[in-house]
Ligand binder design. Structure first.
Ligand SMILES: Cc1cc2nc3c(=O)[nH]c(=O)nc-3n(C[C@H](O)[C@H](O)[C@H](O)COP(=O)(O)OP(=O)(O)OC[C@H]3O[C@@H](n4cnc5c(N)ncnc54)[C@H](O)[C@@H]3O)c2cc1C
Length: 371
């Protein structure tokens, strides 16, 4: 990776972020920069972070750096990487060839949309390899800018049952109706996480990814939480950067309370780095053996929970340090505070915590449980 180019991109994303902090906005320019720097295809076979070679710690650092520049961009980019990982795991070689070409030649943006409300997705088998979709997804980051959405739904078929993944070739099907009124969040406005209605969309067998229920296969499903945790940590680092800038500008750096809060934020964010680096390394190592699924999940659950704590504490320390004057629009800290507060809300945090305790109680002893 060309570090100078990457740093320029991150800086450009930071500078552009206030302009896209509006309901309905999508970071179009930012994704052109990422595509031009080959970051959309970086995990493809033969590329720098090729999934077949592990590389998870480096991938997590990349996600963190994008998240530090902009959490909405980080969110959408993480969805793209997640979709490519699911393709790496479950697609046939013919599908991989097609979808990898979509990224490398045509800069198509992927995303993973699983969340839904009562009017969720049903995939009706019409026979002869044709399927008709019915229902909606919520929190669809990227909205219609995602030209290859990976969605999930209940397969309704005489032959197969379960939670089916499919990837929609958007230019070949009728328009997916975007409901922007769904998305009126506190922060993460530019993640464009709209509600999308797929009713009436028809797809083919070749658009189905993996067998039914592959999406929830562990450790890949819950283990993926380390990727969004990395993006979130980027947000905490952005908060630290802004606090440093503000306190220096106010000429308050000699104050012992400000120094103590800076110290705490510094060791918290650095602990976050140790967590994601270690989680990445352990995931790569443990995926090599068959019997480590529970361990991978427990470690990912710990990482995700710790990063949430680190981010929440960092926000609180920064608020106290900068005071109300430092939390004014259009300053970066005000925006990152809203974005991080919103993005920290991820699925099932309570169940994640108790699963860690349950895992440890299941072990005969507590020493060496992470070796
Ligand atoms: C900016 C942003 C972008 C997103 N993008 C996407 C995307 O692209 N694709 C996608 O699929 N999803 C996306 N999501 C959705 C995300 O993955 C989560 O599903 C969603 O944020 C969880 O919503 P919630 O906090 O309201 O969840 P809830 O599940 O309602 O959790 C809220 C609280 O209730 C607790 N709780 C949960 N279940 C129960 C229960 N049965 N009984 C009692 N308590 C319970 C939880 O532990 C938590 O404390 C996005 C979310 C955000 C914020």
């Amino acid at each position: 990776m060309n570090l100078n180019l990457l740093n320029t991109i991150y800086q450009n994303i930071v500078s552009h972020a206030p302009l896209i902090d509006q309901d309905g906005c999508f970071p179009e320019q930012e994704f052109t920069w990422l595509a031009d720097a080959s970051l959309l295809q970086i995990t493809l076979p033969g590329q720098l972070l090729d999934f077949t070679r592990g590389n998870t710690p480096t991938l997590l650092q990349l996600l963190k750096n994008v998240g530090r520049a902009s959490l909405p961009v980080g969110r959408i980019y993480e969805g793209h990487i997640n979709a490519l990982y699911l393709i790496h795991l479950y697609a046939t070689s013919e599908q991989q060839k097609r979808w990898y070409t979509d990224v490398s030649q045509h800069h198509q943006l992927f995303g993973v949309w699983n969340t839904q409300a009562q009017d969720g997705i049903r995939i009706h088998d019409l026979g002869s390899g044709r399927y008709r979709l019915e229902g909606c997804k919520t929190f669809c980051s990227g909205g219609s800018h995602v030209t290859r959405p990976l969605i999930t739904g209940e397969l309704v078929s005489p032959d197969k049952k379960g939670w089916q993944m499919c990837i929609i070739p958007t230019e070949k099907v009728k328009i997916i109706v975007e409901d922007r009124s769904f998305w009126k969040p506190l922060g993460m406005k530019a993640s464009a996480s709209f509600k999308m209605d797929f009713t009436g969309i028809e797809i083919s067998e070749e658009d189905l990814l993996g067998p039914p229920n592959a999406y929830y296969q562990q450790p890949y499903f819950s283990g993926g939480a380390i990727r969004f945790a990395a993006v979130q940590l980027g947000g905490a680092e952005a908060v630290m950067e802004e606090m440093h800038h503000f306190i220096t500008m106010m000429n308050r750096t000699q104050d012992p309370f400000q120094q103590a809060r800076m110290a705490e934020i510094t060791y918290l964010t650095e602990s976050g780095n140790l967590w994601i680096n270690q989680a990445g390394a352990k995931t790569d190592e443990w995926l090599q053996s068959d019997d480590r699924t529970d361990q991978i999940l427990a470690y990912a659950n710990m990482t995700r929970t710790m990063i949430e704590e680190i981010c929440l504490r960092t926000l609180q320390l920064a608020e106290r340090s900068v005071g109300s004057r430092g939390l004014m629009r259009p300053d970066r800290l005000e925006r990152v505070h809203r974005d991080l507060t919103t993005y920290l809300r991820q699925p099932a945090p309570d169940a994640t915590l108790t699963a860690i305790g349950a895992y440890v109680f299941n072990q005969p002893a507590t020493h060496d449980i992470w070796n």
